[in-house]
Write a protein that binds this ligand. Structure first.
Ligand code: ACM
Length: 628
């Protein structure tokens, strides 16, 4: 009986959701949402009230955000009777925690209640999404500013809901970083992982080591696919780059804090350090004075099984005390700039080939009784952790830090797969899940022959399917998860937006919404609604979900094609006769054999009789390559 009842409740909630869709479309989906009859309309006579002074900042931010598109002059006032009322509980409601909220809207207005200002802030994001899309406008526009009547109780599944932006491969200005943070918080992200250093640029001013930015922040100007660019010429001026001064960082950190975002800075060591070595060659084993900040050349060989070789040294020398003095200076300034309890120290993809041939490293190995050069990374990481601990900070690193042995206090960011995170959690480490399989938003999100190229693919549907707590893992060790935007192939903020959204919406729901409340079909409807809002907000996003997923395979010496839509409700039409496909062409229903000969496959998706996806053209060589 209970099962039948639960089943009915499930059906009700699914059908209920779609019936309410036109009125209410929220990302991430709240824990509890009840849509009621009626609505309230915001006018210029409304004000935003806050019952306690701690709510003032959120109230002022909300008033400002409402005034921009409406042209109203709504103000924030302390009190308890405003049309939009933000209330902090006198006694904490345990269910809401530090970031949860309730939102009740009806004929008289809107009341948001929370234990902490962060909860009011997330209630505010929900309220903005309840308003019509014109609320996203960057200038005053006309609209009916109606809020449907709802009752919402909402709180996050995870405390760590992050996005990482790599500002080393390409530099993003202070204003661009702020805009990226603005876009994150709309979907209740609370952690901005700032990848500040790498082989292609050092982006944070360290006053005691001025060459890090005088030299390390600049590289020669190159265009085209990163990883296949030409080497710097002798004497060529380094003109591309940039960095953040201490003043810039303080400003961005405050900006983020006002929006309840913690910035976790990353200094990637001991590998990925070519920009630092260009500034201070003595930090490496070979001490090559001609080392330059890399402009995106191919300087590594990857063997496909996780092993690799670097042609140019990009690793700090773990046997040199000067390296630890250097790191002490870097982390002293970093610890003063960033209130985050964590500092990310990288630890990924560290090539040890130069260590192997270095006399100092060999002597250190003897002294430490270490047989494998790989274990020197454990020594290095433990030294780094000690530096951080002395400054009151916790070490966070990519999952390679597990390999050399690390203290139980270290937190692990699991990227190569979930396995590192699972192992780390079993060992008692805290873990942030960010596996390439679901979280690498630099990967191609749609059809590879159309999208800007990179070496791997990740569809939004896959991102959405992530459960950051694998079976058998103690959930208390999984802090949450994160999407990572590496920017080798991302030169502008518009393109960063295109890569981030909509997969970043999928991950926002993964990190906020209870797993059992996730629903792919329903989510895609909300994504499409969000597309219209992003259009008004002038935020770029990808429509790759409308492109067919096309696979080929060889069967008995013949080439077979399988296709599926990513977004539900698409019809796939194709030709193999050289013609351009439309909705009179064959409609795909099951896998088929490509006729012998130099055949090109052309595919297009339609919905409700109108074309919606890109035209995809797969030449004979593409079809074959895909089967391999
Ligand atoms: C990484 O993607 N190298 C952490």
């Amino acid at each position: 009986m209970k099962k039948i009842f639960t089943g009915m409740m499930f059906l009700l909630s699914v059908f209920g959701l779609s019936a309410q869709q036109n009125k209410v479309s929220l990302i991430p989906q709240p824990v509890e949402l009840q849509v009621m009859n009626g609505s309230w309309t915001l006018t210029g006579s409304a004000s935003v009230g806050y019952n306690k002074s701690e709510g003032r900042k959120v109230a002022e931010m909300l008033a400002q955000q409402l005034n921009q598109p409406t042209g109203f002059k709504i103000s924030a006032k302390q009190g308890t009777t405003a049309a939009i009322q933000l209330n902090l509980n006198a006694t904490a409601d345990a269910k809401l925690g530090t970031e949860g909220y309730t939102l009740v809207s009806g004929a008289k207005g809107v009341v948001i209640t929370a234990n902490q200002p962060a909860g009011l802030f997330y209630g505010m994001q929900t309220l903005l999404q309840l308003l019509p899309k014109e609320i996203e406008s960057r200038k005053a526009v006309k609209a009916s500013w109606t809020v449907p009547a709802v009752k919402i109780t909402d709180y996050p599944r995870f405390a760590w809901r992050g996005l990482m932006l790599d500002v080393s491969r390409h530099f993003f200005t202070k204003e661009e970083v702020k805009r990226y943070i603005d876009e994150m918080v709309r979907f209740k992200y609370n952690t901005f992982h700032w990848h500040l250093t790498d082989d292609n640029g050092w982006r944070v001013e360290i006053k005691s080591l001025p060459k890090l930015t005088e030299v390390g922040a600049w590289r020669v100007e190159r265009h085209g696919q990163f990883g296949s660019r030409l080497d710097p010429k002798p004497g060529e001026p380094a003109t591309y780059g940039g960095f953040y001064t201490h003043e810039d960082i303080r400003e961005i950190v405050q900006y983020a804090m006002d929006r309840h975002v913690t910035i976790v800075p990353e200094i990637d060591v001991p590998g990925h350090s070519m920009a630092a070595i260009a500034a201070y060659p003595e930090l490496s084993c070979t001490k090559n004075p001609n080392t330059m900040v890399n402009p995106g050349t191919n300087f590594a060989e990857w063997y496909g099984n996780g092993t690799f070789r670097m042609f140019i040294e990009n690793t700090l020398n773990p046997s040199d005390e000067k390296v630890y003095e250097f790191l002490d200076k870097v982390f002293t300034e970093l610890a003063q700039l960033f209130p985050s309890p964590y500092i990310h120290v990288g630890g990924d993809e560290c090539y040890k080939g130069f260590w192997k041939n270095d006399k100092g490293c060999q002597d250190l190995m003897k002294k430490l009784n270490i047989r494998h050069v790989e274990d020197l990374q454990g020594y290095f990481m433990n030294r780094v952790e000690k530096i951080l601990t002395d400054k009151g900070k916790k070490l966070l690193g990519w999952d390679e830090i597990l390999e050399g042995g690390i203290s139980p206090g270290a937190t692990v960011m699991s990227w190569r797969s979930m396995a590192g995170g699972i192992e780390a959690a079993h060992m008692g480490h805290d873990v942030v899940m960010t596996p390439t399989s679901h979280c690498y938003i630099d990967y191609v999100q749609g059809e590879v022959t159309i999208e800007p190229p990179i070496y791997a693919s990740l569809r939004m549907k896959k991102s959405y399917s992530l459960n950051p707590v694998p079976e058998g893992v103690d959930a208390k060790h999984i802090l949450g998860g994160q999407g990572n935007l590496w920017t080798e192939q991302v030169a502008t903020l518009r393109h960063a937006e295109y890569m981030t959204w909509p997969r970043g919406w999928a991950l926002a729901e993964v990190f906020w919404t209870p797993d059992e409340k996730k629903n792919w079909e329903n989510f895609v409807k909300r994504v499409e609604h969000q597309f219209t809002r992003s259009d008004v907000g002038e935020v770029k996003y990808s429509k790759a979900i409308y492109d067919a997923i096309i696979r080929t395979r060889m069967k008995d010496g013949k080439l077979w094609v399988e296709m599926e839509p990513e977004a539900p409700g698409l019809d796939i039409y194709y030709t193999t006769d050289g013609g351009m496909p439309d909705h009179y062409s064959p409609k795909y229903s099951q896998s088929f054999e490509i006729p012998d000969g130099p055949v090109t496959l052309r595919v297009i998706t339609y919905r409700n009789g109108a074309p919606i996806g890109h035209l995809i053209t797969l030449k004979p060589a593409d079809l074959k390559a895909r089967a391999e």
